[in-house]
Design a binder for this molecule. Structure first.
Ligand code: CMC
Length: 395
């Protein structure tokens, strides 16, 4: 078969690995982690139980989960040098950039690469799951001009994170809802950031570099960054009356509607359905959000207009409304996604290094051949008005 026929932009539909971590049926709206339905895990398991399942392949026993939670609880603190480094970051910097830099910095402190040592692997898993939330919360307080607070050992994973953000012990419903959000975002098979994590893993670098590269990939608006764009879009639309004209304008001008569409799902993302239920629980307890009415109308109009093309709400459509009700600033939505996805990235890291072959795809070369070198001294004025700068072009 010719290279041209094999080439798929965006690698759409091209298998890049064998994996046992998660399964998606995009036509039926099925998502399973290690064979367990996402609905069951969201309802019954905690995020750390799900993380254990993803990374080690089996649900933990009571003793295994207790030991895992214990280790994570007591590794939440970050080195003061990392906090000091974060104090030097510009306050106007995006929290995803702060997180990427901080995750990479962990590699400076825990630099040994013993990828065949199960204790090294467990320690790296514990450190990353434990410290990433602390770093997200620390940057949030630092950019407000405050000192970061220390984690609270008496609080569980989700409650402790909300505490570190707000310096208040969260309402139990808020903590439980946030824990479920983490479970829903923990893993999603071969998406862009996971692929990025796997490519980095395949070089046998350290897991901190793996997570830092995945965080960088997650930040873009076509991937994890979409949840932030959804809230900006709802703010721009403003009220239910403006929904139809907004959607029609997007369709006419071929503009993507944020929070809709998915490379794999051709029906409503099952996580969007669960998140919508969580949002409703929060509204019932803490008060309604008028943007929810705008969102409901959008779902109806977009489904009407684009449903036949398989465009339905994805995970990012309702997650922003949940986080808004938890008083989380919009630009922290993607870092929250990253906190959760660390579990999935680590599961794929472990799988990759267990049976490694370095990623080295090929390309179809579309460039020049046999060009004549022009010395920089011999600027050729005939290129003076060339629209693209190149040797010989005079600005
Ligand atoms: N709004 C309007 N039209 C859309 C949308 C959308 N959100 N998504 C896809 N389409 C249309 C697109 O215009 C194209 O139409 P046509 O065939 O007539 O040119 C067709 O559907 C296929 O679109 P595509 O961009 O080729 O599809 P893709 O599989 O490359 O993109 C996507 C998937 C998620 C990048 C895209 O749907 C999108 O940009 N959505 C908005 C951003 C978003 O919500 N991203 C979060 C994704 S889920 C979480 C995550 O992965 O992090």
């Amino acid at each position: 078969m010719s290279e041209e026929l094999l080439y798929k932009p965006g690698l759409e539909g091209v298998p890049a690995a064998r994996s046992k971590v998660s399964y998606i049926d995009g036509r039926q709206g099925v998502l399973e982690y290690r064979g367990y339905a996402i609905q069951d895990l969201a309802e019954h398991a905690s995020f750390l139980e799900v993380s254990y399942l993803l990374i080690w392949g089996q649900l933990p026993t009571r003793d295994e989960l207790d030991a895992f939670e214990h280790d994570i609880r007591y590794h939440r603190r970050i080195k003061y040098r990392i906090r000091d480094m974060m104090k030097c970051f510009p306050e106007s910097g995006h929290p995803m950039d702060a997180l990427q830099a901080s995750a990479a910095a962990l590699g400076l402190f825990y630099s040994r690469r013993a990828l065949d040592d199960p204790i090294y692997i467990r320690n790296a898993v514990v450190r990353l799951l434990a410290k990433i939330p602390t770093m997200v919360a620390a940057f949030q307080l630092i950019r407000k001009g405050n000192d970061p607070v220390q984690p609270r050992d008496d609080l569980d994973y989700a409650a402790n994170f909300l505490y570190m953000l707000s310096e208040r012990i969260p309402d139990p419903l808020a903590a439980r809802v946030f824990d479920v959000c983490l479970t829903l975002h923990a893993e999603h098979s071969m998406n862009a950031s996971t692929f990025s994590a796997m490519v980095t893993s395949s070089t046998l670098t350290d897991p901190y570099a793996v997570i830092a590269s995945a965080v960088g990939t997650l930040g873009g608006p076509l991937h994890g960054g979409a949840n932030e764009s959804v809230i900006e879009m709802l703010e721009e639309i403003g009220s239910v009356e403006n929904v139809e004209s907004y959607v029609d304008d997007c369709i006419t001008n071929k503009k993507k509607i944020m929070g809709f569409g998915h490379r794999v799902y051709k029906v409503k993302d099952p996580r969007a359905t669960i998140l919508q239920g969580l949002a409703e629980q929060l509204f019932a307890k803490f008060g309604h959000d008028e943007y929810y009415d705008v969102a409901l109308k959008m779902e109806q109009v977009v489904t009407d207009r684009l449903g036949t093309k398989g465009i339905y709400p994805n995970v990012d459509f309702y997650s922003g409304l949940v986080y808004r009700k938890l008083d989380i600033p919009t630009d922290l939505f993607t870092p929250l996604f990253a906190i959760a996805r660390v579990a999935g990235w680590l599961a794929h890291w472990k799988e990759q290094i267990g049976e490694n072959r370095i990623f080295r795809p090929t390309q179809i070369y579309d460039g020049h051949h046999d060009r004549q070198y022009v010395s920089i001294e011999n600027v050729n004025v005939q290129y003076q008005f060339s629209p693209t700068p190149h040797r010989g072009y005079i600005q």
